[in-house]
Write a protein that binds this ligand. Structure first.
Ligand code: PA5
Length: 444
């Protein structure tokens, strides 16, 4: 089972903060469990790993099998919470090179997560000569980036298969009743999956939002949900036996003691998009009302050769949360070389994990000595079950952290500001006054 370890934390936080924070964590726990805190209407993810819609889950599995059978590629269109979780899990469990590997599951391409014409064209080219399907994902059904991308891919599908057959290859994941995407899907008869009302985008990876693309890539989504359910049971116990309590309390105390930046580090490059998912989860949940840790991420050991300098000796602003994924799926042993021209024979016969783990320990000691506190999250391995535990753990700790900070961890009012400006500058009807005002500012 996932665990949280604190390395020499007393030298950074000498006072027994655990006891002092326990009553506040208890209140935060109560709010999450009962949905009685700020944004409580968006706590549907808390009991999701057991309460999920089993009928829809079977439809997701059936749709995944159909896509695996009739498509060489799945184009997943979505942004933010409608994108990062699925990409994180697929990269982590199937490899960032998943699309390049020999396999009997479709390639999965993510698009609609930006506004680059080149990225769009490249993905259109990648699917031009293969059979493909599209999963368009948007809770609101109105987000510009995915909506624009969907126009291109719907057109490409219709050109290739004709309007009616194209419809058999479109899967829409959206609100159960509202939004342009839902209306379009109903009118066109596309298969739809639901983003539940009570689950916000960044907490939605274990709904159809994440599960359909993840299942198409061949990941066992029952095991993923099973892992999340195990962690849900652990978190239901409101005490420091729960790793989410330990993590939330320590990061809050580090924040209060003058460290406004949290660096998430992992020694497996396959984790990179899980870190992106984590950044959205914590950044959007905590960064408001002038408060919140700034979530950043590093890939070790690669970034030890770039950001490592700043972490070791730069301004003392940060602490690290290191995710350890355990043993690699396969072991590789360093070859012996009789000539030993590179002087590496002292490592001959040693597994790569042995070298990685010594690098991890060396870095832990160096960074801690350099004044960077370390929290260690030990996962059970790189399996669907372990990742399910990790996802739920981070979500739960995020909810607790938001309530410790006294913010609403489930809204994101700040995301609207750029959208309003963009709509005005693009000439969207209804934004005429703002357009003139903004253009005057830009042309000053
Ligand atoms: O967490 C969130 O709410 C956001 O990141 C959304 O997921 C993102 O803006 C995409 O929204 P939608 O799914 O409505 O297209």
């Amino acid at each position: 089972m996932l665990d949280v370890k604190l390395f020499e934390m007393r030298s950074f936080l000498p006072l027994p903060y655990e006891e002092a924070l326990a009553p506040r964590l208890k209140r935060a726990q109560e709010k999450l469990q009962t949905g009685s805190g700020a944004g409580g209407e968006f706590t549907g993810w808390v009991h999701l790993p057991r309460d999920y819609d089993k009928e829809e889950f079977s439809r997701i599995q059936a749709a995944a099998r159909k896509i695996q059978g009739d498509s060489q590629a799945l184009v997943v269109i979505g942004i933010g919470g409608s994108y990062l979780g699925a990409r994180g899990v697929i990269d982590c469990l199937c490899s960032p090179n998943y699309n390049l590997k020999k396999k009997n599951t479709p390639n999965v391409y993510f698009i609609g997560n930006g506004l680059s014409a080149d990225a769009l064209q490249e993905t259109l080219d990648l699917v031009a000569d293969v059979d493909f399907s599209v999963n368009v994902i948007s809770k609101s059904g109105t987000t510009t980036e995915p909506a624009v991308a969907f126009r291109f891919f719907r057109e490409a599908l219709e050109k290739k298969y004709g309007k009616e057959n194209a419809g058999e290859r479109i899967y829409a994941t959206t609100d159960k009743a509202r939004g342009a995407l839902k209306s379009l899907a109903d009118a066109e008869g596309w298969e739809t999956f639901v983003v539940p009302d009570e689950i916000g985008g960044r907490y939605s990876v274990l709904t159809a939002v994440g599960l359909l693309p993840i299942a198409v890539a061949g990941v066992d989504i029952e095991a993923l949900m099973g892992g999340a359910a195990q962690m849900m049971d652990v978190c239901a116990n409101g005490s420091y036996d729960c790793p989410a309590w330990k993590y939330a309390a320590t990061r809050y105390e580090l924040y209060r003691s003058g460290r406004p930046i949290e660096l998430l580090a992992c020694y497996d490059p396959a984790f990179r998009f899980m870190s992106e998912w984590w950044k959205q989860l914590y950044g959007e949940s905590e960064g408001k009302d002038g408060k919140g840790l700034f979530p950043a991420s590093v890939d070790f050991t690669a970034d030890l050769h770039s950001m490592g300098q700043y972490i070791q000796e730069g301004k003392r602003l940060m602490f690290e949360t290191v995710v350890r994924l355990g043993a690699s799926n396969g072991q590789l042993y360093v070859p012996r070389d009789e000539a030993d021209g590179d002087g590496l024979n002292f490592l001959a016969g040693k597994p790569m994990d042995f070298i990685r783990d010594r690098a991890m320990e060396g870095t832990l000691l160096a960074h801690t000595e350099g004044g960077v506190p370390n929290i260690i999250v030990e996962a059970d391995g790189k399996t669907p079950e372990a990742l399910g535990q990790l996802i739920y753990f981070f979500e739960y700790a995020c909810g607790l952290s938001g309530y410790l900070l006294d913010v609403n961890p489930f809204d994101q009012p700040g995301v609207e500001a750029y959208k309003k400006n963009m709509f005005a500058l693009l000439g969207k009807p209804g934004y005429e006054d703002r357009k003139a005002e903004l253009e005057a500012k830009l042309n000053k």
